[in-house]
Design a protein around this ligand. Structure first.
Ligand code: SF4
Length: 222
């Protein structure tokens, strides 16, 4: 069913889901860091708010690991304020720069994915979704990200018995080709579909998955 859903969504959205993670930076290491910063800034907020904070970082010439590591935390808080939870996120940004100064990108990239994940999870402010987003989007590791959209649509499509993060991730990874490009694409397709149809209040009557969706049959929501 998971590969069937991918095929249906791919056919519908492939032309419009191109690059889910927009990048401003030009320098390769700054690109990686921009994704990592974006992962933290988008925690508990929408992408538009995170984007404003990233643009502020860019305007202040701060999309760089050493520069974030060196800046005073109260200045950083002001700059990333549009992302919300800015005090916590400023600390998390500092924590992640400490982490990657100790584990430079090139060295980190050579660590086995599961070990790299365990290391990231030891950093305060980095949970499963953030760790996996960093591994997939910043380092191209084949690890499937479970975000709120993925959990929501999975529950409605009745894809698992247990929707705990690691279990749902395992189900996706066992049912699609182990390929970072496909994982990114699938995640982008899910985000697109959830924004358009599988919203908090879903529009099942116009959904291309309604024939295979448990939720569309189980609730009187049309
Ligand atoms: S039928 Fe409704 S609940 Fe099911 S995937 Fe589509 S929008 Fe979501």
């Amino acid at each position: 069913m998971i590969s069937q859903i991918y095929d249906i969504l791919f056919e519908k959205y492939n032309n419009i889901v191109t690059s889910w993670w927009p990048i401003i930076s030009k320098n390769p290491n700054d690109k990686i860091f921009e994704i990592i910063a974006g992962v933290i800034l988008t925690q508990n907020t929408n992408w538009n708010n995170a984007k404003k904070a990233i643009e502020n970082l860019k305007d202040n010439n701060l999309l760089n690991i050493e520069k974030i590591n060196n800046i005073e935390i109260n200045k950083l808080e002001l700059i990333i304020r549009p992302a919300g939870f800015y005090r916590a996120k400023a600390i998390y940004l500092k924590n992640i720069t400490d982490f990657f100064i100790f584990n430079p990108f090139e060295k980190f990239n050579k660590i086995k994915t599961n070990d790299a994940r365990k290391l990231l999870l030891k950093t305060k402010g980095i949970g499963f979704e953030s760790a996996d987003s960093i591994l997939l989007y910043a380092f191209g590791k084949p690890i499937f990200v479970i975000d709120a959209y993925t959990k929501r649509i999975s529950e409605r499509l009745n894809l698992a018995n247990n929707y705990e993060y690691n279990n749902l991730q395992k189900i996706f990874e066992e049912n699609i080709k182990r390929d970072a490009k496909i994982y990114k694409q699938y995640h982008g397709l899910i985000v697109e579909h959830c924004k358009k149809y599988c919203r908090k209040k879903p529009i099942c009557s116009r959904c291309i998955l309604k024939e295979i969706c448990f939720f569309s049959y189980s609730a009187d929501i049309k």
